[in-house]
Design a protein around this ligand. Structure first.
Ligand SMILES: NC(=O)c1ccc[n+]([C@@H]2O[C@H](COP(=O)([O-])OP(=O)(O)OC[C@H]3O[C@@H](n4cnc5c(N)ncnc54)[C@H](O)[C@@H]3O)[C@@H](O)[C@H]2O)c1
Length: 268
């Protein structure tokens, strides 16, 4: 029962991963599916969610479901969660991954359109809160569940904007940091609220992950500012953290923020 492999298995569990169609969301859905969970993938575009769900099904031979979700509106979240519940009648794991910091809009505060600020906070903070409310309600009724909120080092430390300027990049808006700090705060307080009901709530704060669209100079500069000497790797570096927080291995862990940043946030 408590063998090490069993502590990291998710057989029979139902997991919902928001924004799970690509990049970190897909990696985490992939890890949960490999550990035996049936996985619901949401995306703002149904076709993307379907493609990801199909790819996970082929890879792991488990059950998957695709649902369309833009989490900015509470009513859409409620509808998506209701659709998820019609599948298996329960949700054991929620990974609140949907969101993101960089877009096409100007990032510097004084040039930023207030409408973009509202959109950022809606996507990255209110959307997470809506999902916590709707899925948390279900988990509380079940008397069990694990909520994992994806925050960021941006919610923990300020940013050295010189490496963005040097590499001709827009950088990250202040409102992204505000939203992610909000996610870390709500994680702690929600953990307090839901612990007596058997529901665990934790956050993961990734550091920067290397992507093909990032200038080489930036990847290099970011790595130099990171104790472990590099940016995060897609397909690898977030999988262990999410599996730990989703699995029985973390049954005595709640209200925590697991920082997966190669040490970025410890160097000032
Ligand atoms: N990539 C990084 O370096 C990094 C670092 C720290 C934290 N994060 C966080 O990790 C998570 C995933 O990041 P990623 O790099 O894979 O991002 P990504 O942009 O590749 O994917 C984010 C996903 O969220 C979805 N999404 C965005 N806004 C949404 C909304 N309003 N409603 C529903 N879905 C929405 C997108 O469609 C996409 O599928 C995000 O929360 C991001 O803030 C990323």
């Amino acid at each position: 029962m408590h063998s090490l492999p069993a502590l990291f298995r998710l057989d029979g569990k139902i997991a919902l991963v928001t924004g799970g169609a690509r990049n970190l969301g897909y990696d985490m859905a992939d890890a949960l599916a490999e550990a035996g969970a049936a996985v619901i993938v949401t995306s703002r575009t149904l076709a993307s969610a379907q493609k990801a769900a199909e790819s996970l099904r082929e890879k792991h031979h488990g059950e998957t479901l695709a649902i369309e979700l833009d989490q900015r509106e509470h009513s859409r979240v409620a509808a998506a969660v209701a659709a998820a519940m019609t599948w298996k009648g329960r949700i054991d794991i929620l990974v609140n991954n949907a969101g993101g910091g960089s877009g096409q809009t100007p990032a510097l505060l004084f040039q930023r359109d207030p409408a973009d600020v509202v959109d950022m906070v809606q996507s990255n903070l209110l959307g997470v809160l809506h999902c916590c409310q709707e899925v948390g309600r279900i988990m509380a009724k079940q008397g069990s569940g694990k909520i994992i909120n994806i925050a960021s080092v941006a919610g923990l430390v300020g940013r050295d904007r010189r490496i963005y300027e040097k590499n001709d990049m827009k950088g990250q808006p202040i409102d992204y940091a505000a939203a992610k700090a909000g996610v870390i705060g709500l994680t702690r307080d929600l953990a307090g609220l839901l612990s007596p009901l058997g529901v665990h709530v934790n956050a993961i704060s990734p550091g920067g992950f290397a992507r093909g669209n990032l200038p080489e100079g930036f990847v290099c500069d970011y790595g130099e500012r990171t104790p472990l000497g590099r940016m995060g790797r897609d397909g690898v570096d977030l999988k262990g953290a999410v599996l730990f927080l989703a699995a029985p291995a973390s049954d005595y862990v709640t209200g925590q923020n697991l920082v997966v940043d190669g040490g970025f946030s410890i160097w000032r």
